[in-house]
Ligand binder design. Sequence first.
Ligand SMILES: CC(C)(COP(=O)(O)OP(=O)(O)OC[C@H]1O[C@@H](n2cnc3c(N)ncnc32)[C@H](O)[C@@H]1OP(=O)(O)O)[C@@H](O)C(=O)NCCC(=O)NCCS
Length: 178
Amino acid sequence: MTASAIDIVSLDSTGLERHLDRLAEILRACVHAGASVNFILPFETPQAREFWLTRTAPGLAAGTRILLIATIDNEIAGTVQLDLATPPNQRHRAEVAKLLVHPDYRRCGIARALMCRVEAFASDRQRSLLTLDTASDAAESLYAELGYERAGIIPGYARGPLDDRLETTVIMFKRLAT
Ligand SMILES: CC(C)(COP(=O)(O)OP(=O)(O)OC[C@H]1O[C@@H](n2cnc3c(N)ncnc32)[C@H](O)[C@@H]1OP(=O)(O)O)[C@@H](O)C(=O)NCCC(=O)NCCS
């Protein structure tokens, strides 16, 4: 897969509703494949739809959240969000969240492309510091490759999605030129 075959666009709340079924399927499939992204099994389509409608759509409507989707051959393969709703003393910061690539489309450069684009959106909005957390070794490798630094770890931060084990979360950050 070449980066040029990956089409990335931002969605507003109307776009989110239009693509709700596919976004819910991506979230559901990622959780079932072991992604630690706030949810635990059982986690099915209704809960996934609820996440997009109650945790993502309001921020899009308020202009405090950016939602990007990556499409390949007319199929949405991945997504990422940028949360701009930081406190008044952190208006230079934004939080990267819910970087999700459907298991059928991994290792094609989709996450890398999404992260590069989300950084461009952050710079456009004068956000010079990006922060994120991850419990995934794969994601940490990607973030490190893109220049994110490890701020630290919190052992036993969250329960894994598939079993009762508590997992370590890694906090990372990157400074951007704005
Ligand atoms: C982590 C995730 C987003 C990566 O998506 P992806 O589209 O497969 O990643 P990319 O193809 O863009 O990979 C870019 C680079 O990241 C690193 N990387 C990605 N997946 C990796 C893996 N499983 N193991 C090791 N390194 C990995 C590699 O350096 C890779 O470059 P390479 O393929 O040239 O070696 C995807 O596995 C995913 O959705 N996981 C579940 C959700 C999740 O954990 N999200 C992060 C939460 S913050």
